[in-house]
Write a protein that binds this ligand. Structure first.
Ligand code: MRU
Length: 357
């Protein structure tokens, strides 16, 4: 058997890279214009990277963390050029700019803190090579975690099942392969998942624009639904699992994820559908005790007042646009990380999982 033949079949479903380092800059797929246009942004400084995160050219908790890690390389390079002695102090403002670009996904802060810790340890001299190596490691670790979670999550699903997913948690949202969508990729390759339903995910349409784009490229059978069709889909026994990602998992298992996740979890429990959260340990925040302490990003009213850039509500109408909600741990059947599966999460079970090597 060839080396390729020995690999997990799931590895063949892995082509898209949302974030890349290219010689001296960060290269992003511009997710604001997908799927109509497949365009790249080439960003050469930290401000451009922070702006791309804020404006959601790159989005998804792990992907914005990886972008920030590469952005620290750009920041340090520029600060070192300004002053080989004072760069370490000067770069702190850049780290703050990145960490504050979006508030809910803890992966962003996690990646910035990991780069900050390396900056503090580095010997004098040009920091660029060491920081780039660390950013590349963060990126590679995320892809490896996703592949492992794909195997672990898929193993929970009975062969031939249909599943529902929310938002986009695929290669576009991560270093590659995806979290919840990684389970879909692995589960489809293993014959455990036969069909995927994808919520369109108003207002930003991550499901309709991005998840559908990934699934079409992979040739995985998928059906898009309006978010409001999810409960009726479950009522008709059409799905066995809801599989979602996370932006932050608190110490008690409460999970922040894309707005609409909570109502989907409520509907799943009512209909006896299992609910799985798939996220790397960089998304788990043991310093946040419970979901009510997670900051929820409020985005512009215009995202709700219109659709795909076209205004649909009358002038004078107002909107409320929380970008995330909190699913309480009691509605979650399994949290899957690269370190293992936590069923019916509790603070003690999550702490034990995080303490593993
Ligand atoms: O606002 P977004 O598109 O960044 O929100 C993304 C999500 O909510 C994802 O479900 C989450 O980040 C996990 S991505 C692997």
């Amino acid at each position: 058997m060839s080396a390729v033949g020995k690999q997990s079949p799931a590895l063949s479903y892995d082509r898209i890279r949302a974030v890349e380092w290219e010689s001296d800059h960060v290269k992003l797929i511009d997710q604001r214009v997908l799927p109509a246009r497949h365009e790249h942004l080439r960003l050469a400084d930290v401000r451009a990277c922070a702006g791309a995160i804020r404006d959601m050219a790159v989005r998804g908790a792990p992907a914005i963390g990886i972008t920030a890690a590469y952005a620290v390389v750009l920041a340090a390079r520029d600060r070192y050029r300004e002053s080989a002695t004072a760069w370490r102090d000067a770069v702190q403002a850049d780290l703050a700019l990145l960490a504050e670009a979006r508030p809910t996904a803890v992966n962003l802060r996690w990646a910035v803190e990991r780069m900050r810790a390396l900056i503090a340890r580095l010997p004098d001299g040009n920091p660029e090579a060491a920081l780039l190596a660390e950013a590349r490691t963060i990126h590679a670790e995320d892809i490896a975690a996703n592949r492992r979670m794909g195997e672990l999550g898929a193993a929970l699903i009975a062969p031939g099942s249909a599943v529902l997913t929310h938002c986009n948690t695929g290669a576009l949202a991560t270093g590659g392969f995806g979290t919840a969508l990684g389970v879909v990729r692995a589960g489809y390759a293993a014959g455990r998942i036969a069909h995927v339903y994808a919520d369109e995910t108003r207002p930003w349409l991550q499901g309709a624009r991005l998840t559908a784009w990934e699934l079409v490229q992979e040739g995985i059978p998928a059906t898009l639904i309006a978010d409001s069709a999810a409960a009726y889909l479950m009522k008709q026994n059409r799905v066995a699992w809801v599989i979602v990602g996370a932006d932050r998992i608190a110490a008690n298992g409460d999970t922040a994820n894309k707005i609409g996740t909570y109502m989907t979890a409520v509907a799943a429990r009512h209909h006896g559908v299992k609910f799985m959260v798939v996220a790397p340990t960089s998304t788990v925040d043991l310093s946040t005790p419970a979901g009510d302490a997670i900051p929820i990003e409020a985005r512009a009213e215009t995202e709700v007042l219109g659709c795909a850039g076209t205004r649909v509500a009358p002038e004078g109408a107002r909107a409320w646009n929380p970008a995330f909600d909190i699913t309480p741990a009691e509605l979650i059947d399994a949290i899957v990380t690269e370190k293992g599966v936590v069923r019916d999460p509790t603070p003690a079970k999550l702490a034990a999982m995080m303490a593993q090597p």
